[in-house]
Design a protein around this ligand. Structure first.
Ligand code: SIN
Ligand code: MN
Length: 205
């Protein structure tokens, strides 16, 4: 097995079933206000297989014209994103080891066939804050490497309730989701996987 970058943490089973169910309910309400949409890649306009929305003062978006960026409003409704659920703000306090709250919570929804290519999270102004992610629903195969695209990678499964923290030297580690394992969880009525990614975007004053 490859050595994982320092500062990388996988915390299996961080949320118990009741906490996962409560969080799914929070996300359901958020998605009602800020519907999932299909993001497109910069320049090519190729649609991603994952559907997305956000909570928080800022949301991460991508499209052909504008590329990767953060913005305060939903790209189709033009409305501000709904607030980040309180349980996620608490969770950040517990694991982030960072004084300020997160500003963005990206909501990724994976159907049984969706995946996410290897990438870095690097659209934030402050890499001192970690990226904290929560997995809900079906199990996925997650891959993490180093700071260079060609660095060796390690793969492992993320299950419902698991946390991943990309902090310290792993903050800019390449990572992605190679596949979803359908019907591995009963959390989401219609199956699939939700990943919630908490990020600090701006440098605190
Ligand atoms: C992401 O990198 O935005 C998502 C990672 C995941 O789905 O676990
Ligand atoms: Mn990412």
């Amino acid at each position: 097995m490859q050595v994982l970058p320092r500062g990388f943490r996988h915390i299996p089973g961080y949320l118990d079933r009741a906490a996962q169910e409560a969080l799914v309910e929070d996300i359901r309400l958020a998605v009602r206000a800020a519907p999932l949409y299909t993001p497109t890649m910069p320049k090519t306009g190729k649609p991603m297989s994952v559907r997305m929305t956000n909570c928080g003062a800022l949301g991460w978006v991508t499209d052909k014209q504008g590329g990767y960026r953060y913005q305060p409003t939903h790209p189709s409704t033009g409305e501000p994103w709904p607030p980040i659920p309180g349980t996620l703000l608490e969770l950040w306090k517990e694991v982030a080891q960072y004084s300020e709250p997160p500003e963005a919570c990206l909501v990724n929804f994976y159907s049984g066939t969706a995946k996410m290519g290897l990438h870095q999270d690097r659209d934030e102004a402050d890499f001192a804050a970690p990226v904290v992610s929560v997995s809900l629903g079906d199990t996925c195969l997650f891959r993490v490497g180093g700071r260079m695209r060609d660095d060796p990678t390690t793969s492992f499964k993320l299950k419902s309730g698991d946390l991943v923290v990309l902090g310290g030297e792993s903050r800019l580690a390449f990572h992605g989701v190679d596949r979803i394992y359908p019907t591995t969880s009963t959390l989401l009525r219609n199956g699939g996987r939700i990943n919630l990614t908490l990020r600090r975007v701006t440098k605190p004053a």
